[in-house]
Design a protein around this ligand. Structure first.
Ligand SMILES: *[C@@H]1O[C@H](CO)[C@@H](O)[C@H](O)[C@H]1NC(C)=O
Ligand SMILES: *[C@@H]1O[C@H](CO)[C@@H](O)[C@H](O)[C@H]1NC(C)=O
Ligand SMILES: *[C@@H]1O[C@H](CO)[C@@H](O)[C@H](O)[C@H]1NC(C)=O
Length: 418
């Protein structure tokens, strides 16, 4: 029986996927550990005061790709403009870019443009957040100096802070060693990170800091002896694809199983290129028991959880009247949406398979199948009360899918209202 040790977590309890994740690890449909208040949800490692309290981000479905290290310090890979806006709407107060991206180094993820540092600075500041570029082009990142630089700025940054590098690897190294240095010099500092925790936490995040970086840097900061690379008790991540971080948005669960919130249209090509075989979608289809049952799609400057469909009092979520009412910030400039937008909110989101009602699973299915990835739709409509039946029905299919290679299993943010 596999013991699951997760240290980072999604910005919300991703109930649907979380349950699957526990199931994958226990592989026992009748186990009580699949219940909502799992008896095995420990604070692991116990250095973190409490992992059972939700991180408190607003708009968690928009920021599912963010990984929490501490409640005030979250990490990510290189961001698109949309993700910067999502981060602001989710409640981050500042963004730090570990690396500088010179003007001739724009990034790209499946056709989605990733801004260079000068552009990122403008975008971040225009959303009202503080922007901090950390390293200079010639700085060595796996160094005591990089951690020192981080230490000198982090106390001045507004929190919660979103800290990013290219793929969420280097930044974790720097953040954990910052925490380790604080642990060393401040007896009251929490969480307490020593060499042991440094390697445990990074391995549980799926990150290998043993084969790629000098163990002496860790030792110099913690003030403890360098780890022996032959020591088999030091945990090492084991994932397929090995370079799973190429799709850094995912949360590794176990071997070739990865979790996500709502993936983007632009993610499909990279997923295929990086070696994924299958996408499993557990969100609702457009119908449930022959009734319309579309979930909400993320919309810029529009609150979530306002209800896809109308009722006697309100029109549907994507009608102008309702959109105007449910804006996150009614004062925003229309430039927030685009140079040509006449309104300061988004009305459709094709990028996340939205139509003019909400999230449209058919659109995702068509796009995933076209990309050459296998697609399965195992909708989990209800809350976890129905989970045992659900697993009993889908268990064999899931096991078979897992044998074909890397699987990305996703929902939106996970919690199902009503
Ligand atoms: C889970 O725990 C919370 C907090 O202790 C409690 O309020 C809630 O009722 C529990 N839920 C179940 C299903 O036991
Ligand atoms: C560690 O913390 C001390 C005390 O705050 C500080 O002076 C030093 O620069 C820090 N070192 C690193 C590597 O961050
Ligand atoms: C969902 O998308 C499909 C494919 O474009 C479309 O045919 C359908 O009308 C959309 N809406 C619903 C409710 O099915």
């Amino acid at each position: 029986m596999m013991q699951i040790i997760k240290v980072t977590r999604l910005p919300v309890a991703v109930s649907c996927s979380l349950a699957l994740m526990i199931w994958i690890c226990n592989n026992d449909v009748n186990s009580d550990s699949c219940g909502a208040n799992k008896s095995d949800s420990k604070d692991i490692p116990s250095v973190f005061p409490s992992r059972l309290v939700p991180p408190g981000l607003n708009e968690p479905t928009k920021a599912w790709w963010v990984k929490e290290v501490t409640p005030l310090l979250h990490v990510a890979g290189r961001l698109s403009e949309r993700q910067i806006k999502y981060a602001a709407e989710a409640g981050f107060k500042s963004i730090l870019s570990l690396f500088p991206y010179p003007d001739d180094c724009p990034g790209d993820c499946g056709g989605e443009y990733l801004p260079v540092t000068t552009e990122e600075k403008k975008m971040v500041e225009s959303t009202g957040l503080q922007f901090v570029p950390l390293l200079e082009p010639l700085d060595e990142w796996s160094s005591v100096e990089a951690v020192e630089k981080f230490t000198s700025v982090i106390s001045l940054m507004d929190k919660p802070a979103l800290l990013h590098c290219d793929r969420g690897y280097t930044i974790v190294f720097v953040v954990l060693l910052y925490l380790a240095n604080q642990t060393r010099y401040d007896p009251n500092f929490e969480p307490r990170i020593h060499t042991k925790e440094f390697y445990e936490i990074s391995a549980s995040m799926g990150l290998d800091f043993l084969s790629r970086i000098p163990v002496e840097v860790v030792s110099e900061i913690t003030g403890e002896p360098a780890i022996n690379l032959k020591d088999e008790t030091v945990p090492r991540p084991d994932y397929d694809p090995e370079e799973w971080l190429d799709f850094w948005y995912a949360h590794p669960v176990y071997y070739n199983w990865f979790l996500a919130g709502q993936i983007y249209r632009s993610h499909l090509e990279p997923l295929k290129d990086f070696g994924y075989k299958t996408v499993i979608n557990v969100r609702s289809g457009v119908l449930h028991n022959s009734e319309p049952n579309q979930e909400e799609v993320n919309l810029l400057n529009i609150k979530s959880k306002t209800g896809t469909y109308g009722n006697g009092l309100n029109p549907g979520r994507q009608f102008v009247e309702r959109l105007e009412e449910t804006r996150i910030n009614p004062q925003l400039s229309t430039l927030y949406i685009s140079p040509t937008s006449g309104v300061n909110y988004e009305q459709r989101n094709m990028h996340e398979f939205g139509d003019d009602v909400g999230y449209n699973e058919t659109l995702e299915r068509i796009a995933v199948e076209k990309s050459g990835l296998a697609y399965y739709h195992f909708p989990l409509h209800e809350n976890l009360d129905d989970f045992y039946t659900y697993m009993a029905e889908n268990r064999d299919k899931l096991l078979e899918v897992g044998r074909k290679g890397p699987v990305l299993i996703h929902c939106d943010s996970g919690y199902r209202s009503g």
